[in-house]
Design a protein around this ligand. Structure first.
Ligand code: CDT
Length: 311
């Protein structure tokens, strides 16, 4: 029996520094309404989808830093997204920057939530692989200060049975790490949602600049294939405050094939109807984990962090 879900990647063009949360939410609502008109069950917004990607800048003032974060979800500004979910019967995935107060201590995470068609938060993920650096490197054209502004996520990669499938999330840099995909694969994930902010230019490794789009798709297509899962992968694209970011938002099948892809670097919906049962042949044959995995030979993966070459 096919189990079709119509899915949308809601690519965003740049968010100017000056654009308010309310204005951004209006953009998201427009995409949500279009997706609902096109029969979508679920729409996936990018990483840190409510603001410009501030980790590209050095910020010293704590109040200024805090202004980039959400202290509640929903909030007054984001409540219309939850109302639209209920009104149109469409689930959504949203990346945002989360500030919580725990035991009197501020904690900051790069977070994503999954909201069902009734407007309920059914899943939450906090980014684990934080790229970049924590120190000030003003000689660079822009920085990636995620290691300064965020803590490593503490929720692991969980999967949730919701909206007719088994669903999980990762965020941006996570997609380059097979471990993230496998932890979700081991929970039978059928749909991975992820958002990204990926500069076209990597100041630390400029030789990969022409390969940014290739590496983006390579890692996500490999993750889907090796775990027999669909993925909806959504960029914040285009030139944002002087930083050009790749697009290439796409929907990937369990075969690893891209079934739909963005054509622009602006606000754009990428839609495909995806049969979750298309995961089964991969999960039951080539990647039947219970039959073929040999975890006794994978211990080094969890026991060792950095690579150590033989003498
Ligand atoms: N947001 C995020 O994680 N971005 C990183 C940039 C790495 S530098 C090219 C990414 O992996 O896409």
């Amino acid at each position: 029996m096919p189990r079709p879900l119509t899915l949308a990647a809601a690519q965003l063009g740049p968010i100017p520094r000056s654009q308010s949360r309310a204005e951004v939410v209006q953009r998201l609502l427009g995409l949500m309404r279009d997706a609902a008109k096109r029969g979508c069950d679920l729409i996936v917004f990018p990483e840190a989808a409510l603001t410009a990607f501030f980790p590209h800048w050095w910020i010293e003032d704590e109040a200024e830093l805090d202004s980039w974060f959400e202290t509640s979800m929903p909030s007054n500004e984001t409540a219309p997204l939850f109302e639209e979910a209920r009104r149109s019967g469409i689930g959504f995935h949203l990346g945002y920057c989360e500030l919580t107060l725990e035991g009197g201590r501020k904690r900051r995470f790069n977070t994503a939530i999954l909201v069902d068609k009734a407007g309920r938060i059914v899943g939450k993920y906090r980014k684990i692989h934080l790229p970049g650096h924590a120190d000030h490197q003003p000689h660079r054209p822009f920085q990636n200060l995620e290691k300064r502004y965020f803590e490593v996520g503490d929720l692991g990669w969980r999967a949730w049975a919701t909206m007719g499938g088994v669903m999980g999330m990762m965020i941006c840099n996570d997609r380059r790490w097979p471990e993230a995909w496998r932890v979700l694969g081991l929970q039978g994930v059928e749909l991975v949602m992820l958002g990204y902010n990926t500069p076209q230019h990597d100041p630390a490794m400029p030789q990969t600049d022409p390969l940014q789009d290739f590496h983006n798709h390579l890692s996500m297509q490999a993750g889907c294939y090796a775990n027999g899962t669909w993925a909806v992968c959504t960029a914040k694209a285009g030139e944002e405050e002087g930083v050009m970011q790749i697009g290439g938002s796409c929907i990937i099948a369990p075969s690893g094939q891209i079934v739909a892809q963005a054509l622009t670097r602006g606000d754009e919906l990428v839609v495909a109807t995806c049969d979750l049962d298309a995961c089964r042949p991969y999960k039951e044959t080539m990647f039947n984990f219970a039959r073929h995995r040999r975890p006794e030979h994978y211990r080094m993966i969890v026991e060792r962090t950095g690579s150590v070459a033989p003498d």
